[in-house]
Design a protein around this ligand. Structure first.
Ligand code: OXD
Ligand code: MN
Length: 593
């Protein structure tokens, strides 16, 4: 039998024969290699040096203006059987997709260097981690993969030992939106991406491998690959509870994962530990609990809105050794985006800043930085066994109806809460911004198979011996009649997380309502917060007519996954709707402090 190295070398040879690069470079992941790539990119203007006094080791990349976000309409999941991709994915017959991609890749690396990047998603010694190899002609991709994954010689050694790896082939091609495709072949554990250099389309370890391909591996092997942050909350007694939370792109996962406790909490000794800000792989451990790792090693965070008030930890991380993409620049050459003090002089496209051209930084501009630079980085993020998860949280941008927080009564209800998630769209993907779309478990762009089967997989974790986390739904984005947010968010979100932990520990009673368990009067700790009782009542109120309409809309949405919609999920939606109708006659008291 051929060794893995032979299989890898054979594949690299086949790719080279098709793409015909001038040179092949096998990445070792060393600092020297990173520095040499940076010098090369500075020389050909792929990178621009930023102010090295205020931001040592920081560089700016300006992407092609047509290439600034994920392209969901050009992203395909090609299972051999169309049905397996589900209505939640775009599909093409794998043979047809291969023919299309082969034609695009034909000779596309002529005159370029082809980089071979062995990488590991997750701690190198973790049984939960999985490896891949990305081939790319973009040195910008190599530099970002160095920050975002455990990449190079050690990953290659694990691949050689283990025998299995995900094959990712990427070329920026001509960066022509008409010749751009991001294609997944789950049955072959392979990804092919052409015509884009943007993170989610080009750093193949991230969305393509760690979510779309891994969600398939997870289903086959009995684990979960999710679009979730992982955060540890340490109480004054020194006990840490880990929470995994799913929010759609650009809804504050990075901010929540790095939150700074409000003043009173800090004084009392509360601490917050960041394990991950975007992706979570979870597996049941021997004790029945779910254990999670962050498969990534860095953050590819949205820059605009990151500020001293929203995320001081992120600002500290990105003060050095960071790659910025599509941000603006100040007169003294510092990176700038909306939300930071000061003024920009050059916009994200390199033009003199003119407000008539729109925001100075692209709304989806990003920073790429090693997680180790985060002041709240948890040493448990390197634990090969992962961290035990006490609570799973779902949430989205909902200006109305959805309360600040509610708890599912059991796992099935929790799966319904996740499946029913909706959120206003953001700039992380191309298309209209601010439109409500259902985004089950925040996985709409990332679930690599039929959502109906995915819901069934989630339900399957509820089995004898399982000690599953409690499930919650939050909404930080409720607005009042004046259009202003009702809840301060950011660090104050810890107040809501504390209530969740109290529920996990059996220390808070909650109030049972038809839609879930809400904080009972006085259970949310609000000292030091100027939140009037009427606002709190609004944040926790149950608008029965609104919920009846919402449940009807959820029903209609879920039926879009029939005949693969699990009967248990359909029944659960019906149960909630019936409870709400039965409750109709009863006047409901809003929970106030
Ligand atoms: C991301 C995204 O880049 O979700 O994390 O778009
Ligand atoms: Mn994301």
């Amino acid at each position: 039998m051929a060794s893995t190295l032979e299989a890898l070398e054979r594949w690299v040879g086949e790719v080279a024969a098709r793409t015909r690069p001038a040179k092949i470079h096998w990445c070792d992941g060393s600092e020297a290699e990173y520095r040499a790539l940076v010098q090369q990119m500075l020389a050909d203007d792929t990178l621009i040096e930023l102010n090295q006094t205020t931001h040592p080791g920081c560089y700016l990349h300006r992407s092609n203006p047509s290439d600034v976000a994920r392209v969901e309409h050009l992203t395909l999941v090609c299972h051999p059987n169309k049905e397996d991709s589900g209505p939640n994915n775009h599909w093409m017959d794998p043979a047809e997709a291969h023919a299309k991609m082969d034609a695009l890749f034909d000779g596309c690396m002529a005159g370029r260097t082809m980089y071979v990047i062995p990488y590991c998603m997750g701690p190198l010694d973790s049984p939960l981690a999985r490896c891949g190899v990305e081939i790319t002609d973009s040195p910008y991709v190599v530099a970002n993969m160095k920050i975002m994954t455990r990449m190079g010689t050690a990953a290659q050694a694990r691949i050689e030992r283990e025998g299995a790896f995900v094959k990712g082939l990427h070329s920026i091609g001509e960066l022509d939106p008409e010749r751009r495709w991001i294609v997944h072949f789950p049955a072959e554990l392979s990804i092919q991406s052409y015509g884009s250099g943007y993170g989610g389309n080009a750093l193949l370890g991230k969305k393509c491998h760690a979510l779309r391909i891994a969600s398939n591996q997870a289903r086959d092997e009995g684990w979960l690959a999710e679009h979730m942050l992982i955060v540890g909350i340490e109480n004054p007694a020194g006990e840490t509870h880990y929470i995994a939370a799913a929010f759609p792109s650009a809804c504050g996962k990075t901010n929540l994962s790095m939150l700074i406790p409000p003043e009173g909490y800090r004084r009392d000794g509360w601490k917050v530990w960041t394990v991950g800000d975007d992706i979570c792989w979870m597996r049941p451990g021997a004790d029945g609990r779910l254990y999670a790792i962050n498969p990534e090693a860095g953050f590819f965070g949205v820059a605009p809105g990151t500020s001293e008030s929203s995320n001081p930890n992120a600002l500290k991380c990105i003060a050095h050794d960071t790659i910025f993409t599509n941000v603006a620049v100040t007169a003294d050459n510092q990176p700038w985006w909306e939300g930071l003090p000061g003024t920009p002089v050059t916009d994200w496209q390199g033009r003199p800043y003119d407000p008539a051209n729109g925001p100075a930084a692209h709304p989806n501009s990003r920073f790429t930085v090693s997680a180790k630079q985060c002041p709240s980085w948890s040493e448990k993020a390197e634990d090969p066994q992962g961290v035990p998860i006490s609570a799973i949280v779902f949430g989205g941008r909902r200006p109305s109806l959805l309360p600040l927080v509610m708890e599912a009564r059991d796992w099935t209800h929790g799966v319904l809460m996740g499946a029913a998630m909706g959120s206003e769209t953001t700039a992380a993907a191309t298309g209209a911004v601010g439109v409500l779309r259902r985004d089950s478990m925040a996985m709409k762009p990332f679930c690599g198979y039929h959502y109906g089967d995915y819901f069934a997989h989630w339900l399957s974790f509820d089995k004898p011996g399982a000690k599953l986390p409690k499930v919650f739904h939050v909404n930080w984005f409720r607005k009042g009649a004046d259009g202003k947010f009702l809840w301060p968010g950011y660090g104050d979100n810890l107040r809501v997380l504390e209530w969740m932990i109290a529920r996990v520990q059996g220390k808070a009673q909650g109030t049972r309502t038809p839609i879930g368990i809400l904080p009972a009067a006085g259970e949310l700790k609000l000292d030091g917060l100027a939140l009037d009782p009427a606002t709190l009542a609004e944040l926790l109120a149950l608008d029965r007519a609104g919920w009846q309409a919402e449940l009807a809309a959820i029903g209609e949405y879920l039926e879009g996954f029939a005949p693969r919609l699990p009967a248990a999920l359909r029944a659960e939606r019906q149960r909630v709707a019936d409870t709400l109708d039965a409750d109709d006659a009863m006047p409901r008291k809003a929970a106030t402090a």
